[in-house]
Write a protein that binds this ligand. Structure first.
Ligand code: NAD
Length: 309
């Protein structure tokens, strides 16, 4: 069997078009959704993510700006900025790009964002709403994955779903969304015994552990759907060959750049067992950005229209 490729870029285009259409409807009512991205420090990957997010937001008709601070920013200064953004009526959505510099408490900063502008859904109040199945912003990566499943006609209802990873950003909200969608959910993690055996029971396997190619064919029930969330940089040619086989394109890219991106799945073997799988790159990554746009527009609508009424 060779798995169907679940094209995250294509699904993301649909989501971005939906967000743009929604933003255009709000504009007719005099509302331009606005997003502020806060970037502290000089993590190169974060800088790329932030640029991509701001560009995508602009294309969807969202007024986006990025506040950049260097790594010496104090926690008090950052909290002060968040409080100003909370109070600024023209700001609908606040995104604090993670990771923050080590001397700043991520928890204190995320809790400082007012829940009505918490576009990543990381505030405990919004996490609680998700737990209870109430409306509210949902973390973009798992929400984007649910969008992908919907657009691909995959209904988790009744499926056995296993999520590897229990982070607040991906694993836990993913498991909750799948449970709300009526899947029977297992959460596996670094202390799970017989991880491969647990995963092999899944009809739908979500790998969000951040370990390149740890999920091999042995983890995958024949015909299962596999969603690969991991984004890992691989800088060994032998490892690239293990993950991708003799994929000329990847090897050429490796020879040119000295590294390639890879997911948590061993692509070459998983693709021969699964019925459908997301690639890395081009799978979950684009969905995360597209969902950020949708979350921004939805927050703008709920906050501004409730202010108006
Ligand atoms: P994290 O480090 O916070 O959490 C990783 C989780 O995986 C932990 O709960 C841990 O228990 C589990 N884990 C680690 N090693 C394991 C092992 N050997 N066996 C089983 N479980 C193990 O990471 P995160 O923020 O949840 O991100 C996970 C991955 O997803 C990373 O590669 C990250 O870069 C990627 N990511 C991608 C996107 C995207 O848009 N595609 C968004 C967020 C995160």
């Amino acid at each position: 069997m060779t798995a169907r490729i679940l094209d995250g870029k294509k699904a993301a285009q649909t989501l971005r078009a939906e967000a743009a259409a929604h933003a255009a409807r709000l504009k007719e009512q005099g509302i331009t959704p606005s997003l502020v991205v806060v970037l502290a420090g000089d993590n190169p990957a974060s800088a790329v993510y932030v640029r991509n997010k701001a560009t995508a937001a602009g294309e969807a008709g969202i007024a986006a700006r990025t506040l950049r601070f260097d790594a010496s920013l104090s926690e008090t200064e950052l909290l002060g900025t968040i409080h100003e953004l909370n109070a600024d009526d023209t700001v609908d959505a606040i995104l604090v790009q993670l990771p923050l510099p080590a001397h700043i408490s991520t928890q204190r900063v995320l809790e400082a964002v007012v829940p009505a502008k918490d576009v990543d859904g990381f505030h405990p109040l919004n996490a609680g709403k998700l737990l209870q199945g109430q409306r509210g912003p949902v973390p973009c990566t798992p929400a984007g994955i649910m969008d992908l499943l919907r657009l691909e006609g995959i209904d988790p209802k009744g499926m056995r779903a296993t999520v590897i990873g229990r982070s607040d950003i991906v694993g836990k909200p993913m498991a909750l969304l799948l449970m709300h969608a009526h899947a029977t959910v297992t959460i596996a993690h670094s202390r799970t015994r017989d991880l491969a055996g647990v995963c092999r029971e899944a009809d739908l396997l979500v790998a969000a552990l951040g370990k390149p190619g740890l999920v091999t064919a042995d983890f995958v029930q024949p015909g299962a759907i596999v969603i690969d969330v991991g984004i890992n940089r691989v800088d060994s040619r032998a490892e690239v060959e293990r993950l991708f086989g003799h994929d000329e394109k990847r090897l050429t890219e490796f020879d040119r750049k000295g590294s390639v991106l890879a997911g948590d799945c061993e692509w070459a073997s998983v693709v021969s067992v699964a019925s459908a799988v997301t690639p890395v790159p081009g799978g979950v990554g684009p969905l995360t950005i597209a969902r950020l746009l949708k979350n921004t527009v939805e927050l703008a609508e709920s906050r501004r229209l409730s202010i108006l009424s």
